[in-house]
Design a binder for this molecule. Structure first.
Ligand SMILES: [Zn+2]
Ligand SMILES: [Zn+2]
Length: 168
C-alpha cells in the first residue's frame, strides 16, 4: 500500500445490506490502493440531518457533520434512508471532493450489492479528488439505476493516472 490512509466503512442502523461489505471492500481495495475496514458497530444517523421533505436526509448537512468525525481516514457511511442535497432532490450518494467523508444510500437498490459497491467506489473516488468522468468508468455520473448498471465497478485509465500522480 502506497497510502496509509484507510477507508472506514460505517453502516448506519438503517443500512440493511451488511453482506454488501465484502464486495465493497474488494472493489475499493482493488481500484484505490486504500485499505478498507468496516466499523464494528452501527449507530443511528443524527436526527438533525433528516431535514428534507419526506423524511429524507440532507446529504450536505450529514457531510458537514461527518467532517468533524475524522481527520485523516476517509469515513464512508452507508444509510438505508433516502438522500437529497442542494443540487438534487434525490441522490444515490454524496461526497466532499478532496474531503474526508462521503455517504452512500442503498435506497432504491436493496439487495443489489454490486450497485452499492459501485457507488461506494464513486463517492470515495470523489474524496480522493476525482471528479465526474465521461469514460466507461465508475466516476461517471449516475442519475438512475440504469446509469449505474451501465458503468463498470472500475476506474478508467485516466482516473487511475490522476490518482497515481497523487501517489494514491
Ligand atoms: Zn459523483
Ligand atoms: Zn474515469
Amino acid at each position: 500500500m502506497k497510502n496509509e490512509r484507510k477507508a472506514v466503512l460505517l453502516p448506519f442502523e438503517s443500512f440493511r445490506e451488511k453482506e454488501a461489505f465484502s464486495e465493497i471492500k474488494k472493489v475499493i481495495e482493488a481500484e484505490l490502493s486504500l485499505k478498507a475496514v468496516v466499523a464494528g458497530e452501527s449507530i443511528a444517523e443524527p436526527k438533525s440531518v433528516f431535514s428534507l421533505s419526506g423524511g429524507k436526509i440532507d446529504a450536505d448537512l450529514l457531510l458537514s457533520y461527518l467532517q468533524k468525525c475524522t481527520e485523516k481516514n476517509i469515513l464512508a457511511v452507508f444509510t438505508g434512508n433516502e438522500l437529497g442535497c442542494s443540487d438534487s432532490d434525490f441522490v444515490f450518494g454524496a461526497a466532499i471532493v478532496n474531503g474526508v467523508c462521503c455517504v452512500v444510500s442503498s435506497s432504491g437498490f436493496e439487495g443489489n450489492t454490486g450497485r452499492i459497491a459501485k457507488e461506494a467506489l464513486h463517492e470515495i473516488g470523489h474524496c480522493l479528488g476525482l471528479t465526474h468522468c465521461k469514460n466507461a468508468c465508475a466516476m461517471r455520473f449516475s442519475s438512475s439505476v440504469e446509469d449505474i448498471d451501465l458503468k463498470p465497478a472500475k476506474l478508467c485509465s485516466a482516473c487511475k493516472k490522476f490518482l497515481a500522480a497523487k501517489n494514491i
